[in-house]
Structures are given as C-alpha cells and as structure tokens.
Design a protein around this ligand. Structure first.
Ligand SMILES: Cc1cc2nc3c(=O)[nH]c(=O)nc-3n(C[C@H](O)[C@H](O)[C@H](O)COP(=O)(O)OP(=O)(O)OC[C@H]3O[C@@H](n4cnc5c(N)ncnc54)[C@H](O)[C@@H]3O)c2cc1C
Length: 366
C-alpha cells in the first residue's frame, strides 16, 4: 500500500470484497479487515444463483444493472464469474414475476413450454405448469469471484478481527483491532452476521434477523449435461414451494436448498436443535421426486447463517451513522458488485443512493 488508507472496509465476504474492489477502481486507498479467510462466512461454498426475478421492480432494475458489473469485472479479472446457462423458475408466481421483469425491460426473460424446459433443465422430472427462463441469469462462480477479487486486492486485505468501529471527536472514524488503533476518513461495515453488533456500538439498531440455513449437494447421475440452468421452484408439484438449486462449475454436481430457514435466538443458539436436520431431510425427499437426474444421496452439506431484513427475503439496506456505513440483507451474492459500487460511492462522499436507505425498504413486494 502506498499511502495511508482513507476507507476501512470490515468483512471480506463477497460484499466487502466488491466494495473494496470498487474503491480501488476509484483510486481510493482502502484497507479490508477480515477476521478469518475471505469468503468463509455466508459467502462460503460453490455456486449461487444470479436471477433477475424479484417482487420489487426497483430491485429488478438494481439487479439488471448489477449483471453488467459482473460482466465488466469478469473481463477485468479474466475469469468467468456467472455461467451462461440461465435460470428457470416454476410455479404460480411465474406470470406475475414475468410481468414485473417485462415492465422493467432490458432483460432476456420469457415463458417456456415443457419441451424447452427439458432442454434447459435436463435433470428435472416431468413438469407441465407455468415456467419461465431468465437467459441473463446463471450460476455465480463463487470461489472464482472470491479468489480473484481477494487476489486483486492483495495486501489491502488484512487478517484482523475488528472489535469496534466508531467516530472520533475530530471527524474521523477509528477502527480498533488486534493490529492496533487506526483512523480513517470513513468505514464501510460488511460483516454479515456481525454487522448488527458493530452497528449497535454507534447507537444503531438494525432489524437483522439471523437464521440458520442448509444446502445439500448431489452428484449428477451419468455424464454431466453440457448446459444446465439454475432452478427456482415455487410450484409445490414436488412437495415443496420454496426451492432453489444451482450447478457447480463443470455441471457434475448440483446444489439444492429450501428457502426456508431456522430462526435462532439473538445469541445464535437454536430453540429447536433438530429443525435444521428436518430441513436436510425435506431437501433429500424433494430431490428424489423432482430431480431424477441426480444421485439422491447428498455428497456435501453446507450449514450456514443467513441474515434477512423483515420486509423481504431479498431485502437489503444500508444504514449510515457519523460517516460509517452498515450494509445488511439476504441473497446479496448476486447484488454484491452493484452494491459494492454504491457503497464505494457513498464512502467517497457522493452520498448514499436513496433506494438503499432503510426507509426505502428495497425488495419489499409491491
Ligand atoms: C447456502 C446459501 C445459499 C445462498 N444462495 C444465494 C443465491 O443463490 N443467490 C444470492 O445472491 N445469494 C445467496 N445467498 C446469500 C448470499 O450468499 C449472502 O447474502 C452473501 O454471501 C453475504 O455476503 P456478505 O459479504 O454480506 O457476508 P459474509 O459472507 O458473511 O461476510 C462477512 C465477513 O465479515 C467477516 N467479519 C465479521 N465480523 C468481523 C469483524 N468484527 N472483523 C473482521 N471481519 C469480520 C466474516 O468473517 C465474514 O467473512 C445464499 C446464502 C447461503 C448461505
């Protein structure tokens, strides 16, 4: 690093990495604090879905802009970051989601029949209900994204846990960690599960709802298909109304999760320790009914925290206090480059976008 950092970013999950990278794009001097290994928190595991479909047209537009940032950064970083194979969505919400997407415009989305569905999603059992294809969506190459962003940031990433971030009497922001006591012009907190705790230290009470989540990975039976879309199944035809699934790079494995999560107490403990195991079992039953193209014995389990906002499972917002910004929400992987650019802009004094302020409740169904 060639000069004293102006901006501290706390947390090297996908949101913090994208924020730091967007600050470097603007030639800002940045230090990114991470208590563990970059990408080991909610951003862990292989693959996430990039989908444009959301229940709030503002979030659809935000996501549409975000897709362009993923492409721009893929070129800069010299790596594929989102697959080209699209996302299929099933179930009765499809016509309304399609209407919102088409009203916003500018995205290749359309209804598909069962023949095209089979071609796009060869692992799926016979399905005759409403279906749509988001051709601009796909599987996010999560490990490649984390590793290439962390690599590009180099020694701007420091392995330290931040204990406190707070304003000083002379207009700067102080960050306390095992590495010492550092001052910055501003700070952006992207600490996932720990964002609410750090925000409380400056008097903000974030309505973040922590929960536990499980996702299972299955081996594809036989040779991996050349093309396979991500899946969002709200149909109930196979016994579940909230399922998402995405291929690993190479298409030989497919990760499947129920959108349902298990609420935990404020200290992170479980009221019902068996609830997560019950979700595991339901996901296995779903796979045996809906995805005959997969071997029904899971090869991996990913247990992870998620942090949602009360107005939507896709909700996100940024709180601001004394020159410190706190980002929170769920399903943020796809949004991270666009959100990172917005946070970088706010950190260098351009102001926070109105739609990201908590009062806007971005993501709330309208
Ligand atoms: C199984 C699963 C499937 C998902 N599917 C999708 C999907 O299909 N599409 C999608 O867009 N999203 C999806 N999500 C959500 C998405 O992965 C998360 O919203 C996103 O990864 C959150 O990133 P983050 O950077 O905010 O948080 P995190 O990845 O949790 O990063 C926060 C980082 O901050 C660090 N940290 C915390 N406290 C401190 C401190 N005091 N000092 C220093 N460092 C600290 C942590 O170690 C961590 O690395 C899914 C999530 C899960 C778990």
């Amino acid at each position: 690093m060639d000069r004293i950092p102006e901006v501290a970013v706390i947390g090297a999950g996908i949101v913090g990495l994208c924020t730091a990278y967007a600050l470097v794009e603007r030639s800002a001097a940045v230090r990114l604090y991470e208590s563990g290994v970059p990408g080991h928190g909610q951003s862990s595991g292989q693959s996430r879905i990039f989908r444009h479909a959301h229940d709030d047209a503002r979030l659809v537009e935000f996501t549409r802009q975000g897709r362009a940032v993923w492409d721009e950064w893929a070129d800069k970083l010299g790596a594929e970051l989102v697959s080209q194979d699209g996302v299929v969505a099933l179930g009765t919400p499809v016509p309304e989601r399609l209407r919102i997407l088409q009203d916003v415009g500018g995205m290749p989305v359309r209804a598909v029949d069962s023949t095209e569905l089979r071609a796009r999603m060869p692992l799926l059992a016979d399905y005759q209900g409403p279906a749509m294809l988001d051709e601009g969506g796909g599987a996010i190459r999560t490990r490649t994204a984390i590793e290439s962003l962390a690599g590009a940031l180099g020694d701007r990433v420091v392995t330290e846990e931040v204990i406190s971030v707070h304003p000083t009497d002379h207009g700067t922001v102080e960050v306390l960690s095992a590495a010492g006591r550092e001052q910055y012009a501003t700070a952006v907190v992207c600490a996932g599960l720990h964002t609410a705790r750090l925000a409380r230290g400056v008097g903000l009470s974030l309505p973040v709802q922590p929960a536990a989540h499980v996702r299972l990975t299955f081996q594809v039976g036989g040779a991996p298909p050349q093309r396979v879309a991500c899946l969002q199944d709200s149909s109930g035809d196979f016994g579940e109304v909230g399922v998402y699934a995405a291929p690993y790079p190479g298409n030989s494995r497919y990760a499947v999760g129920l959108s349902q999560t298990v609420q935990v107490r404020e200290d992170g403990s479980f009221a019902d320790p068996h609830a997560l195991v019950a979700l595991n079992d339901r996901a296995r039953v779903y796979v045996s009914r809906a995805l005959p193209g997969l071997d029904p014995e899971p090869v991996e389990y990913l247990h992870c925290w998620v942090t949602s906002l009360p107005w939507s499972e896709d909700g996100m917002a940024v709180w601001e206090a004394d020159g410190i910004f706190f980002a929170a929400g769920h399903n943020l992987f796809k949004q991270a480059p666009r959100l990172g650019r917005a946070l970088a802009g706010a950190a260098v004094g351009e102001g926070l976008e109105e739609d990201l302020r908590p009062a806007a409740a971005l993501g709330r169904p309208r």
